[in-house]
Each structure stands twice: as structure tokens, then as C-alpha cells.
Design a protein around this ligand. Structure first.
Ligand code: LMR
Length: 333
């Protein structure tokens, strides 16, 4: 009798309708590490606007920019624990939670252009990579762009020899570690929020990032030289806590998917211009000398980093690298 009563009570609890309303909304905490005035910052605000509109306020999205809630390393753990519901970490940051295949995006010169990128992210490889996230307790909803990376330091970086012995801040990716080692440099993993100070105090000598990330963190103010290399790419996977997402009322989830699709189109439409504008703003600020490489210097950089592909094949899986290159027609940048 007691057992029955308990079962009935549990049943009633499980099926009692959740009253989600504008007065009692579902809250989505969306945490990320970059500034509001970047492709990801603007994309997260666009998602908030659309999600709240399409659900008539039944969902409230709280966006936390600039690592105000979590730093790089903590944010994926917080998502797995359900302390935050939504993030958009760069592809480079999934290695430490055991999804190292995303580091394929970090291979030097792997992406010739944005058209090739879309083929990867919208094609079968993009979809397959997202499925690897589910056993980790998260769902990958979308790929968001940032852009191509540039190198910076307090000395001119033109050829691989210029990198010899310099310390470079990297994201937590073994591919990026191998990339800087291939240049004879010393890579150092560090949270994004700590880069400016590390450059300012000389804890590291240089770094690589997109113009929008450099400019909004004022990195150009503490780096005398920026080399226009476009040697790599930074993009994101928007991820949600799986249990949270699966537990949402279906109609609300549908509206949120619609909001995410539109926010994705918006982010990926503005990303190139955002970075071009930021690069212009850096040039105008006069803080740093911008170096353009000659054809011979570009070739030397590519050749120096070429061994990273072989070196990382066992980590990433040669199949993933080949599939990626098939989508790009074998072309690299
Ligand atoms: C970085 O750590 O450099 C980037 O992943 C930051 C970001 O989210 O764009």
C-alpha cells in the first residue's frame, strides 16, 4: 500500500504540468569568454532577442560576456554539471573533455576560405562531429564563425626563425601546441581572459587570434607587431546541456531551435566584416605595425607547419583529416 502510494505520488510529480510563463520563465544562462562587440558576442545577444520573442517571454536568456561567469577551462565542466545551460566554446577547447576530433579545425592552413568552411560545418563531417558531444552530456546546436587568426609579438614575425624560443599563448589544443613547436616556439595554454595581462607583463611574448578578439581585448596595445598570416581559424560550437534541452517542453524547444537557426545565420553573415573592421581599427589605432608576408615567407611558414598534419594524425584520426580535406577539395589556405 505504502509502495503504491509512493509510486502514485512520484507519477503525479513526473506528469504534473510545468507552468512556464512570462512570470515564471525558463532561464538559459549563456556564458562565453569574448567581448559583446565580436561575432560571438553579437550572436549571443541575437539569440537572446529571438528566443525571448519567439517564446513570448516564457524563456529568459541571460548572456554573460567576457568570462564574467566562467573562464575557458571551467565553462565546459559547468555545462556538464548543469550550472550553465548554453555556451559557444571554440573548436579548440573540446580536447580536454575528450572530444579531440574538433581540433582538426586547428590544423594550420586547413581552411582555404569560408565557402570551404561551410561545406565542412553544413556537411556530413560537421554533423558527425556534433554527435560526438552527446555522450559528454551536451548537444551541439550550431557552428558559429569567428575568423582567421593572425600572429602577434613585440618583434617582427616574418619567417619561422623569428618564432624560435618565443613563448606563445595558446588555447587548450594539442594541435596548436604542435603548431608552435613546429615553429621552434614555446606554447603555453592560458585562459582567454588572462592573455592581455600575460602579454603586458611579458609572461608570454606573443599570441595568435582573430582581429576581433585582439582588438576588443586591446591586445594590440601590448603587441608591437601583428603579422597578417591567416594561418588558422577560430570558430565555435554552440552547445547546450543535454538533460536540460531534452527536458524542455517540445513547443518551447522548437521555438528555441528556430531562434538558434536565425542567430546562426546572423552571426555567420557578420563575422567576416566584424573581423575586417577590427583589423582596420587596429591599423588606425597605430599601436602595432602590421606586417604583410611575401610569397616566399608565406611558403616558408606553411612548410614549417606541414609536419603537424602527420604528427596529429593519430590523435585526430587520419579519417577525420581526410574527410575534412575532401570537403575543401584538398585545398588549404
Ligand atoms: C581564445 O581562447 O583565444 C578563443 O577561443 C576565444 C573565443 O572564444 O573566441
Amino acid at each position: 500500500m505504502r509502495k503504491l502510494f509512493l509510486a502514485a505520488a512520484l507519477c503525479a510529480l513526473a506528469f504534473s504540468p510545468v507552468t512556464v510563463s512570462a512570470d515564471n520563465p525558463i532561464v538559459i544562462k549563456f556564458s562565453h569568454v569574448v567581448a559583446p562587440d565580436t561575432p560571438k558576442g553579437k550572436g549571443s545577444e541575437k539569440f537572446k532577442e529571438l528566443a525571448e520573442k519567439y517564446t513570448n517571454g516564457r524563456v529568459k536568456v541571460e548572456v554573460y560576456h567576457n568570462s564574467t561567469l566562467y573562464k575557458d577551462k571551467e565553462e565546459l565542466e559547468a555545462l556538464q554539471l548543469g550550472a550553465v545551460q548554453m555556451l559557444a566554446p571554440s573548436n579548440s577547447k573540446f580536447g580536454p573533455i575528450g572530444v579531440k576530433e574538433f581540433e582538426v579545425f586547428d590544423l594550420p592552413y586547413i581552411l582555404p576560405d569560408v565557402t570551404a568552411l561551410r561545406k565542412v560545418t553544413n556537411g556530413p563531417l560537421g554533423k558527425k562531429l556534433l554527435t560526438l558531444l552527446e555522450p559528454k552530456g551536451m548537444i551541439g546546436l550550431a557552428y558559429w564563425d569567428n575568423g582567421f587568426k593572425q600572429m602577434s609579438a613585440n618583434k617582427p614575425l616574418r619567417t619561422p626563425a623569428d618564432y624560435q624560443g618565443l613563448k606563445f599563448r595558446i588555447q587548450s589544443s594539442k594541435v596548436l601546441e604542435a603548431q608552435f613547436r613546429a615553429l621552434g616556439a614555446v606554447p603555453q595554454v592560458m585562459a582567454f581572459s588572462e592573455v592581455y595581462q600575460a602579454l603586458q607583463t611579458g609572461v608570454v611574448d606573443g599570441q595568435e587570434n582573430t582581429p576581433s578578439n585582439m582588438y576588443t581585448q586591446k591586445m594590440n596595445e601590448v603587441q608591437k607587431y601583428i603579422t597578417h598570416t591567416d594561418h588558422g581559424y577560430i570558430g565555435y560550437v554552440v552547445v547546450v546541456n543535454k538533460q536540460f534541452w531534452d527536458g524542455l517542453p517540445a513547443d518551447i524547444r522548437g521555438q528555441l531551435e528556430k531562434a538558434m537557426n536565425e542567430a546562426t545565420d546572423y552571426t555567420n553573415e557578420i563575422s567576416q566584416k566584424e573581423n575586417a573592421d577590427a583589423f582596420e581599427a587596429i591599423k588606425k589605432s597605430g599601436t602595432s605595425t602590421i606586417l604583410e608576408l611575401t610569397a616566399a615567407e608565406k611558403t616558408a611558414m606553411r612548410q614549417a607547419m606541414e609536419p603537424v598534419y602527420k604528427e596529429m594524425a593519430s590523435r585526430l584520426g587520419q579519417g577525420v583529416i581526410d574527410e575534412f580535406l575532401k570537403e575543401t577539395g584538398g585545398a588549404t589556405h
